[in-house]
Design a protein around this ligand. Structure first.
Ligand code: MOS
Length: 745
């Protein structure tokens, strides 16, 4: 198997950085098509009921208005699911909220009309003129008032082997027999997606049967397939373009009502339409991390061996879609517990559908599990790191398979050393600096090392430049950069001569950028494309350079934009070879798929985060002073972009632990935090020095690069590291996020 060379793993600057900082990068609201008009959504102000009437006269007569569209007059996408179709999970497969379908209101903030005008300002003004009357029904938005109505998801019922189904290993509630045990409840509120770039779409119909979408999504082809289905069009008639995405991490993994609304509007006014959500609308209709309540029972023998873990979880969903996520996975496989039970339930409420948010499910579950681990360690009078090491697993206790690789112990070592773990006292409240109480905490994270099939096109031109293409998107991790580096390593062409084009559904097959799987999936296809090009190049050399006659790929080296004999100093630049052979270009499309060898292993990335916090003993203010984060994510292709991802994940974890909180006013069933002034996310002043380490060990079971995936483990386990550190500082155990100062007083 080919191994990645050390040379390409040095930090390459982002290949698209200049485009991004100069504003040349185009986002989905930045395509000024000829004849473009503007759409503005009108949203419901009740949480449940129906629309009695819409008076659109004033809006329709307002200057520049082309259409006022609602259930009263909207055309229907022919592929809308039937009324009796059961709620589905919100993958990109369809959109159960059928926008403008009838007069029903399912959540506060639901799009119920769209106004199209010749300018954005005129559309906004006209939208304000709509008069809507409702017939209200009693809504359910209060999680705790309705917690008893939680249900097993349909997907778990249909497939008892699904990771969401009830799971029992050993004895149910075996923890109860343990010498030392803990039962505790944990909860976090809904957390809202707030990427820099607002959700936006520009729609262009041609001849009423060809649809082009410039759309903020995490997958061009999944979106293409979804809207082809919704509009009953051949897939090739739908084109989705998203070369730049200004942040996502989950909310681009599903298609949302505003997209269909814009497509309907464009078709009805027969003009290209642009629709961009307001920041406020981002809080209502493009998904969020669901409020989740968890209960853990955990017990260990007096010498610190875990006897059992029982972990149950209820996450909120909407009334029209069953959102699920993998909240309980880490409890099944992280520790050597002989008795493990998990129960996953969802609670339908009159709210919009949640969606995956970075480390989806796992970050939620790890908050409970890693908090409980810390609590139990304290009851055992054991150091929490020693306790985790005492229950470290060298194989997967759930699947009963060996790990493909696991270097978490190495991460423990690096991280504990860098944070100065030896300074930590077993008893809380022992360290202080004036009014500041000092504490240390840790949290562990894991996420499946996923990989899917992908295709990459490689086109080598006679001037020696290489263009690679994939339909994949880049929501920020630097996919083009990493893929360029993979190509450098596998075909020896310099980075400046390589262009990686992405974000277009017409490019070769790729799934969503999600689940920490892009490098594993698309990178493997880049290698396959490079291999095919090398084979073609060698055939040219065989014909046109006498010394290369009869040579195999093993006998040649591709480096410095040239092909060279391994054992002799004979080489020729690729452009010279192309010219000499009269080849205008070489063009390949290659596919790479995960192989059978994966089935014999359990594959995960791992992380451990160590936090030092200072808590003010009078005000309860928490300052995160330092975070050390260590990841076993396989080979690290680019220390800079990978390090950036870890820093971003830790930052998100700080928000989860201390700040993020979507507050609901249940009288209206409406979130009252609806901008970045009242919905707090970490800013620079909240983010300390974050030190990143990587185990940087290859895992060739996962893919030929030896990578495992970084995006999710960067956040999973961060929140409990911080809350555990708060306990160590203060002796206060806060089990409900976010830990705001009032909870520490
Ligand atoms: Mo991620 S939650 O797979 O964007």
């Amino acid at each position: 198997m080919e191994k990645i060379s050390q040379s390409v793993r040095e930090p390459l600057h982002r290949v698209d950085s200049r485009l991004k900082v100069t504003g040349a990068a185009k986002y989905s609201a930045e395509y000024p098509l000829p004849g473009l008009v503007y759409a503005v959504l009108v949203t419901s102000t009740i949480a449940k009921g129906s629309i009695k009437s819409i008076d659109s006269k004033a809006a329709g007569n307002a200057p520049g208005v082309l259409a006022v569209i609602s259930h009263v007059n909207a055309i229907r996408p022919p592929g809308y699911p039937a009324d009796n179709e059961h709620p589905t999970e919100p993958s990109t497969r369809g959109q159960p909220l059928r926008v403008f379908y009838n007069n029903k209101v399912y959540f506060n903030g639901q799009p119920i009309a769209v106004v199209v005008a010749d300018t954005f300002e005129r559309a906004t003004y006209a939208a304000s003129l709509l008069k809507i009357s409702y017939s209200k029904e009693e809504h359910r938005t209060d999680f705790h008032a309705h917690r008893d109505k939680a249900v097993l998801p349909e997907s778990a019922k249909r497939n008892p082997r699904s990771g969401l189904a009830d799971y029992d290993r050993g004895e149910v509630d075996g923890y109860k027999k343990a010498a030392v045990k803990l039962e505790a409840e944990y909860e976090h509120p809904a957390e809202m997606h707030n990427p820099m770039e607002l959700q936006a779409i520009t729609v262009h119909w041609e001849a009423h049967n060809k649809l082009t979408l410039y759309d903020k999504v995490q997958g061009t082809q999944p979106t293409q397939q979804n809207f082809a289905r919704e509009w009953k069009l051949p897939v090739e008639n739908v084109k989705v373009i998203a070369p730049f995405v200004g942040g996502a991490f989950g909310n681009g993994l599903h298609n949302w009502p505003h997209e269909t609304a814009a497509i309907i509007a464009s078709k009805m006014v027969n003009r290209p339409v642009k629709l961009m959500l307001t920041r406020e609308q981002m809080f209502f209709m493009v998904g969020y991390r669901p409020r989740t309540w968890q209960k853990i029972g955990i017990g260990a023998s007096a010498d610190g061996k875990i006897v059992g873990i029982s972990h149950s979880s209820i996450g909120q969903t909407s009334s029209y879609e069953q959102f699920t996520e993998s909240t309980l996975q880490q409890s099944k496989m992280m520790y050597t517990a002989p008795n493990v039970s998990t129960r996953y339930r969802i609670l339908p409420l009159d709210l919009s559908t949640p969606i995956w948010m970075r480390g989806p499910g796992e970050a939620t579950g790890a908050f409970a599990l890693e908090s409980a681990m810390d609590e139990l360690a304290y009851l055992l009078k054991m150091d929490p790191l020693t306790f985790r090491l005492a229950n470290y697993t060298d194989s997967d206790p759930e699947k009963k398979l060996p790990w493909s690789t696991k270097f978490l112990k190495e991460c423990f070592e690096m991280g504990s050393k860098a944070i100065g773990w030896e300074k930590r006292k077993l008893e809380p409240g022992m360290l202080s600096d004036g009014h500041w109480q000092i504490g240390y905490g840790m949290g562990v994270g894991t996420f499946g090392a996923n990989r899917g099939g992908a295709k990459v096109r490689g086109k080598l031109y006679a001037n020696g430049s290489l263009v690679l293409q994939s339909a994949v998107t880049d929501i920020g991790p630097g996919t083009g950069t990493a893929m360029t580096q993979v190509a450098v390593d596998h075909i020896g062409i310099s980075a400046k001569s390589i262009t990686f084009q992405l974000g277009n559904s017409e490019f070769p097959q790729a799934g969503n950028q999600g689940g920490s799987s892009t490098v594993n999936s698309v990178g493997s296809a880049v290698i396959a494309a490079c291999m095919a090009l090398k084979t073609d190049l060698l055939a040219l050399a065989d014909k046109h350079i006498p010394e290369f006659k009869g040579k195999s790929l093993e006998q040649v080296v591709f480096e410095k934009d040239s092909i060279r004999l391994k054992d002799k100093d004979v080489s020729m630049s690729l452009s010279e070879l192309m010219k000499k052979s009269g080849t205008a270009d070489l063009d390949v499309i290659e596919e790479a798929k995960p192989g059978e060898e994966r089935k014999a292993y359990s594959m995960y990335s791992y992380s451990v985060h160590f936090a030092e916090v200072h808590v003010h003993s009078i005000t309860g203010r928490v300052k995160v002073k330092k975070v050390v984060t260590c990841a076993d994510a396989g080979v690290i292709l680019n220390k800079k972009t990978a390090g950036n991802q870890m820093i971003g994940g830790v930052t998100g974890g700080i928000g989860m632990a201390l700040q993020e909180d979507a507050v609901m006013d249940h009288r209206f069933g409406r979130y009252i935090t609806k901008d970045l002034a009242d919905y707090h996310v970490p800013v620079h002043a909240d983010v300390p020095d974050i030190e990143v380490f990587f185990a940087d060990k290859p895992d060739y079971i996962v893919d030929p690069m030896g990578t495992k995936g970084i995006g999710e483990i960067a956040i999973i386990g961060v929140a409990p590291a911080i809350t555990n550190a708060i306990f160590n500082a203060t002796g206060k155990r806060i089990r409900e996020l976010p830990v705001t100062p009032d909870k520490l007083n």
